[in-house]
Design a protein around this ligand. Structure first.
Ligand SMILES: Nc1nc2c(ncn2[C@@H]2O[C@H](COP(=O)(O)OP(=O)(O)O)[C@@H](O)[C@H]2O)c(=O)[nH]1
Ligand SMILES: [Mg+2]
Length: 191
């Protein structure tokens, strides 16, 4: 499988104008700064399809990108950025949860992006609980593996898999080097 086209469709703020059509949505979630934008850009081989915000945590839109004219990549806001206010954090949290809980969007897979070194954090766990509760298939991408040596990487991934339990696929990835790209694309775009 390969990604041959990727285009920005629209941003939505709040719960209006969600795209609901017959095309599947693959939704990306992750803490602010884990490299969510970089991972999507690397997957589609474009440097700036997803803009990296200069102010982390300030992206409150849900962004829709059309991939290969038949699938959406949905970039949900990053969560957990420490320096934004509690009230705003709560707003983002609600927006993300609403996207999943409303059940309106035809989500076929959720990609939970974590930092390979840091592993799962509080809101990742909450997200995964919600995703599981609603029966959405999901995979975990451990990004920034280029920053770890083999030994540390092995320990991190063992811990991560241990916590996730059997049957959850973990993809090792580096948005910097492109390592893991092909495997992840194959998983996401497989029929
Ligand atoms: N070393 C390394 N840095 C990365 C990687 N992915 C993202 N980054 C860096 O991490 C920072 C946050 O990336 P960004 O994509 O904006 O994260 P987002 O907030 O999750 O969308 C940027 O400085 C990126 O260059 C990676 O795989 N390896
Ligand atoms: Mg981003």
């Amino acid at each position: 499988m390969e990604i041959t086209s990727a285009q920005f469709i629209k941003s939505i703020v709040g719960s209006h104008n969600l795209i609901v059509d017959d095309m599947p949505q693959i939704s990306f979630v992750g803490r602010s700064n884990v490299g969510k934008s970089s991972v999507i850009n690397k997957l589609v081989n474009q440097k700036r399809l997803v803009k990296s915000s200069s102010t982390p945590g300030k992206t409150q839109q849900i962004n829709f990108f059309l991939i290969n004219d038949d699938t959406y990549f949905v970039d949900l806001p990053g969560y957990g950025y420490a320096k934004i206010g509690q009230k705003y954090r709560e707003k983002l949290r609600k927006l993300i949860l609403w996207y999943f809980i409303s059940g309106e969007a035809p989500v076929t897979k959720v990609v939970v992006i974590v930092d390979a070194k840091a592993g799962l954090r509080g809101f990742d766990r909450e997200m995964i609980d919600i995703i599981r509760e609603h029966g959405y298939p999901f995979v975990v991408v451990a990004n920034k593996i280029d920053k770890l040596n083999q030994k540390k990487l092995h320990k991190s991934i063992t811990d991560l898999k241990g916590e996730l339990g059997d049957g959850i696929e973990v993809f090792l990835f580096s948005a910097k080097t492109g390592k893991g790209r092909e495997k992840l694309i194959n998983n996401l775009l497989e029929a």
